[in-house]
Design a binder for this molecule. Sequence first.
Ligand code: CU
Length: 133
Amino acid sequence: MRTRTLSTALLSISAAGMAACGSADSSSTAGGSTGNQGTTASATSSSVKFAMVVTGSKMTPTDKLSATQGQTIVLSFTTDKDEEIHLHGFDYKFDCKAGVAQSMTFAADRTGAFEIEIESTSTHLGELDVNPS
Ligand SMILES: [Cu+2]
């Protein structure tokens, strides 16, 4: 089979190239949906949205994203050049093309501080904090 070029959508949800950055965030509980704690009404109703801009090695408007467990996170990155942004813990990759927002929606189903980096250069951009609900 042939290699596909520009498989933006596919790559962004691919869990294939894992641990390329070599840092050990083993905080991910694979497949663990034991989120039965705190049965508050409308637990999963809220969502939070982050539109991040990456210029060089800097992420704006903040390098500290904060969410609460159970929320739906809508996260997008717009980079100044073609590069892959890696969200650790959740292990999501955003295959960004310069100037084009790459967005992903996912559930904040775990807590912790998760690093965000430019994968190819292991450049630390910031982190996503998911706080217990
Ligand atoms: Cu990484």
